[in-house]
Ligand binder design. Structure first.
Ligand SMILES: Nc1ncnc2c1ncn2[C@@H]1O[C@H](COP(=O)(O)OP(=O)(O)O)[C@@H](O)[C@H]1O
Ligand SMILES: [Mg+2]
Length: 241
């Protein structure tokens, strides 16, 4: 579980996150939703430690990422998998080498074991036959699947995805959503996904945090989303129709 306690963040004289508290549960796809500019990316960057909040705590099963020793911070980072906008693969490496990269960097396993793990992850995302291809030879959806394989290579406890479907067609988007959700359940990962894609919300939004102008305004499951009386959330939902 990841808990946020009273997170605040400002840039110069603009406060972009206002006293955000929330919990993200283990083995669930936890979504952060809200329109563009609402603060989803800044919040995710505070959660993963790329930005330091001005106030508040980000607890990973009790460990505050912003107050760990260097050693404990390094250990925690190895428990985190990330999937960002764009696939961000290494263009000069083939598919297998891309998935091997985190294993070669951080795993103490033998080469043979690392290779087996990379192939297992590629198989899990349905790309067994693509291991020798270069990223430029793949569609956007396939590149995203390679990025997922790479993100789960080190068996993360925590998975973070910022707008994983941006730039993808609806069919590829649903495949990526399904993979993220299935992997989360299979391995009991605490997953946080930023999205403004309502199809994703309806499809995989087990736990939803709605942010509006940097305020956490509503939380619940996608099953209760449409019963909310929060005017900003209703406006957000209606804009999708
Ligand atoms: N590095 C930055 N410096 C100044 N303002 C920023 C910075 N990053 C984001 N912002 C501002 O913070 C707000 C939230 O942005 P962001 O988190 O990217 O929104 P979202 O991901 O929901 O579209 C926006 O008003 C944006 O302009
Ligand atoms: Mg964003």
């Amino acid at each position: 579980m990841i808990s946020l306690i009273d997170i605040q963040k400002h840039f110069e004289d603009q406060e972009v996150l206002h006293h955000i508290s929330a919990t993200f549960e283990e083995g669930k796809t936890n979504l952060i939703i809200g329109r563009s500019g609402s603060g989803k990316t800044v919040l995710l960057r505070c959660i993963i430690g790329l930005l330091t909040p001005d106030n508040g705590q980000v607890l990973y099963d009790g460990r505050d990422i912003h107050r760990l020793s260097k050693h404990d911070g390094t250990l925690l980072r190895q428990e985190m998998g990330m999937l960002f906008q764009g696939a961000a693969l290494f263009d000069s490496m083939n598919v297998l080498e891309n998935v091997m990269f985190p294993l070669d960097m951080f795993s103490s396993k033998t080469h043979r074991e690392r290779l087996a793990r990379a192939r297992f992850c590629l198989d899990r995302v349905g790309l067994t036959d693509a291991e020798n291809k270069m990223p430029s030879e793949l569609s956007g959806g396939m590149q995203k699947r390679v990025a997922i394989a790479r993100a789960i290579a080190l068996e993360p406890r925590y998975l973070f995805c910022d707008e994983p479907n941006s730039g993808l067609d609806p069919i590829s988007s649903r495949i990526i959503d399904r993979l993220i959700s299935d992997i989360t359940h299979e391995y009991g990962i605490t997953t946080i996904v930023n999205t403004h894609d309502m199809a994703s919300v309806r499809g995989i939004g087990e736990q939803v945090l709605f942010i509006h102008d940097g305020y956490a305004e509503w939380t619940g499951s996608n099953a209760t989303l449409y019963t909310s009386e929060n005017p900003h959330l209703r406006e957000f939902l209606e804009s999708d129709q």
